[in-house]
Design a binder for this molecule. Structure first.
Ligand SMILES: Nc1ncnc2c1ncn2[C@@H]1O[C@H](COP(=O)(O)OP(=O)(O)OP(=O)(O)O)[C@@H](O)[C@H]1O
Ligand SMILES: [Mg+2]
Length: 362
């Protein structure tokens, strides 16, 4: 179909116009253009390859014959497109998003359809994009490996819980009180790790579904930070590892204390685990906001990676971690009407800044 091909190849150097010489054959997906009468007027080489016929043979062929597609329930694709009141969800007058369809012989194709209509709604032409499900399978494999990571993170603390409790039960009388206390506190820490991870997973599901609820009431963020830092000191971190600075006359903060505790824990624990040196936590007020800053003096996060750190499961490929903490943190902060971002700290490490609206929510 000379027309569409001609358009796509139009040579121009104006900004925003098509790249000079861009042709349908440059596209990574198969593309088929269909006229109002249902015959194929253009297609690229990828489409020909996916449909197993040379381009010349497919040009002019009725779509029904060229693409005898069915869905996995045995419905013919052509029938599915017709507006007879029985169209499956997702199929509209404008076309449909990616659907998995089958060619005779069982070859799977992912098909996206876009219908172009004139002002009266009459179909002018349809454009179909075709691709194989390989890419999607690769994405599914990625998901599987994420599940494996989470399962692994759950299993290691549970293994330690099992081993310690088994030894205690078997040889209770032979351990000193000191040994028993040590083993039980390890069991407790591991149980806490598991319950935190499970909590994170539940929160991820809530963030994904937009169902994260927060119960805002007046709260003292500085005290909450101080308590968390004290807990870390009691757990054995050096006193001077943490520096907490709190501005005077902070504006009132209405927030969910449990959720804020999660935010503080995630950021401070990251600074300890992924960063190094002094962890400086700062609570100030600015422009109707309460600002929480967590700095560390480690290697920081490379500028090109910063836009990705809040993504679900992103863990930078480095040390162990599920990559959920910051995703949940952002979800929690945004549920409070605030925002969080990452930068570099003056000491060269990472700086995370949380801004929360001050005062009673309107
Ligand atoms: N202070 C920091 N310094 C350097 N890198 C960091 C810092 N905070 C986060 N990162 C990087 O960002 C990644 C994502 O952090 P996030 O808290 O989302 O997940 P995680 O800490 O790996 O696992 P989880 O929090 O679920 O236990 C980390 O794996 C780490 O690579
Ligand atoms: Mg984390």
């Amino acid at each position: 179909m000379p027309e569409a091909r001609g358009n796509a190849e139009a040579v121009s150097s104006a900004p925003g116009s098509r790249a000079p010489g861009l042709a349908l054959d440059d596209l990574p997906d198969g593309l088929v253009v269909v006229a109002a009468d249902g015959s194929i007027t253009d297609l690229n080489d990828v489409a020909g390859r996916l449909l197993g016929r040379p381009r010349g043979e497919l040009l002019g062929m009725p779509l029904r014959r060229a693409l005898p597609l069915q869905d996995t329930s045995g419905r013919r694709w052509w029938d599915v497109l017709r507006d007879d009141g029985r169209r499956p969800s997702g199929v509209t007058d404008d076309g449909h998003g990616e659907r998995l369809l089958l060619l005779p012989g069982g070859t799977e194709l992912l098909v996206t359809a876009r219908f172009h209509r004139d002002a009266t709604g009459t179909l002018q032409r349809a454009v179909l994009a075709l691709r194989t499900p390989d890419e999607r399978r690769r994405a599914e494999t990625d998901t599987t490996s994420l599940i494996a990571t989470v399962a692994h993170e759950l299993r290691s603390p549970l293994t330690s819980v099992k081993q310690f409790t088994a030894s205690l039960l078997r040889r209770w009388d032979r351990f000193t009180d000191e040994q028993k206390r040590l083993m039980l506190s390890t069991v407790q820490a591991d149980a806490e790790r598991v319950s935190r991870l499970v909590g994170d997973l539940l929160d991820v599901a809530r963030v994904d579904a937009g169902r994260l609820t927060v119960h805002r009431r007046p709260m003292d963020l500085a005290t909450l930070v101080r308590e968390h830092v004290d807990r870390l000191r009691m757990a054995g971190y050096d006193d001077d590892r943490f520096v907490l600075t709190v501005a005077e006359d902070l504006p009132e903060l209405w927030a969910d204390p449990d959720r804020m505790a999660q935010v503080v824990t995630n950021l401070v624990d990251n600074a300890v685990r992924h960063g190094a040196g002094t962890v400086a936590v700062d609570v100030t007020g600015a422009d109707g906001s309460i600002v929480l800053t967590v700095d560390d003096a480690g290697e920081g996060i490379a500028a090109e990676n910063r836009p990705y750190v809040f993504s679900k499961f992103w863990h930078g490929g480095g040390r162990s971690g599920t990559g959920l903490g910051l995703y949940v943190t952002r979800g929690l902060v945004e549920a409070h009407g605030g925002d969080v971002d990452v930068d570099s700290s003056p000491a060269g490490g990472a700086r995370f800044t949380v801004r929360l609206p001050a005062g009673e929510p309107g």
